[in-house]
Design a protein. Sequence first.
Length: 242
Amino acid sequence: MSLVRVGAVLSTVAASALVLSAVPAAAAAAPALDSAGAEDVALGVRSVQSYVLGVHATGATSVTARSERTAADRCASYDDDPLTKADGGWWAVLYDLAPRDFVGHGDNGCAGRWKVTFTAKDAAGTKRTATAYHSMLRQARFVRLDASPEPVRKGAKVTVTGKLERASWADQKYHGYAGRTAELQFRTPEGTYSTVREVVGSRTGTYRVTATQSQKGCWRLVFRGSATTTSAKASGDCVGVS
């Protein structure tokens, strides 16, 4: 499986997107690699996301990177791809990644932790490797959040409903994310959100939870994410008190 590589020449700015800050090592007989890095990626159903793989290499004439899912047999590996040499001994490559790129290559099984192996080679053919890890995550979102009744009597119950969905790279659609624990949070008009209680979603990803409300404020649901899925926060729904 091949990634869409963008940009023939990478600048120091592109390489520094990895927040790598090593001091170049002294020249050696064999290549020396340090500060290998890879940016995390979160993908929805349509938008293309860009990310950088990079490493600092001394004494290298070429550097390649190979990406593979850490869970065996879940997703096809990415082919070894040459990196571009930038200023200060940095080597990097910038990719554009779309959800459809995973179709037929592991689909949603490609979500999770990935291993990147950088291989540097010098003029004599001597090789050295370095490893970095990063995550490719399915985008999550809350939809149809509602708090009612509006207004609510002081000290009475308010009911908060909503649905948690996550992107499917297999069909490029959002589907309910079943059985996930979310936090019900509340804030006053001048305050910040705090957790009132935890609630577990249904088999279709829906939530329905009640709580007592004694002052004007806003309610929302928060999902903290998983090994394969991003976190998500619903936009607050504000309820007055009568």
